[in-house]
Design a protein around this ligand. Structure first.
Ligand SMILES: [Cu+2]
Length: 154
């Protein structure tokens, strides 16, 4: 009963991915999903969480990010509970590589406007092999943003 199993598998995937309100995009073998911006307490800075899958056979690297809504976007890594700038992030085949609380995140610096839940931020992610992926990430309340990027199977 291949078709019945297919249906069950699809249902399981749909369930595992809920809630799925985050932004996503693809470029080459790179697939980005669950991109969210927790509503920031700061008027000028915000973090971005997302999930990156490399569907190809070659390793890739996230080398830079940009947003028309910020002066700069930096890759941050949590080291001993403090944020540190990281130069690049390896994206090996398989995955996902998660930018999530306690690990890596992108940091928007110099926001052009104050962000609140319900807003959307445009992001450009640059990969060494796959090139540029452009996506729109919704601004969510912190708990909702964390829930979105922490769903266990995706
Ligand atoms: Cu940071």
């Amino acid at each position: 009963m291949t078709s019945a199993r297919g249906v069950i598998l699809l249902a399981a995937v749909a369930l595992a991915c809920r809630p799925d309100r985050g932004g996503g995009a693809t470029a080459g073998d790179i697939s980005i999903s669950h991109a969210v911006v927790p509503a920031p307490p700061s008027p000028s800075e915000a973090s971005v969480f997302l999930s990156i899958d490399n569907l190809g056979f070659e390793a890739d690297t996230l080398t830079a990010a940009r947003s028309p809504e910020a002066d700069s976007v930096l890759l941050h890594e949590m080291v001993a509970n403090r944020m540190q700038v990281a130069a690049a992030l390896p994206i090996p085949p398989g995955g996902p590589v998660r930018l999530a609380p306690g690990s890596y995140h992108l940091m928007l610096h110099g926001l052009t406007r104050r962000l609140a839940a319900g807003d959307t931020v445009t992001l450009e992610l640059h990969f060494a092999r796959a090139g540029t992926a452009t996506l729109r990430a919704p601004v969510l309340r912190y708990t909702e943003a964390v829930e979105e990027v922490s769903s266990p199977h995706h």
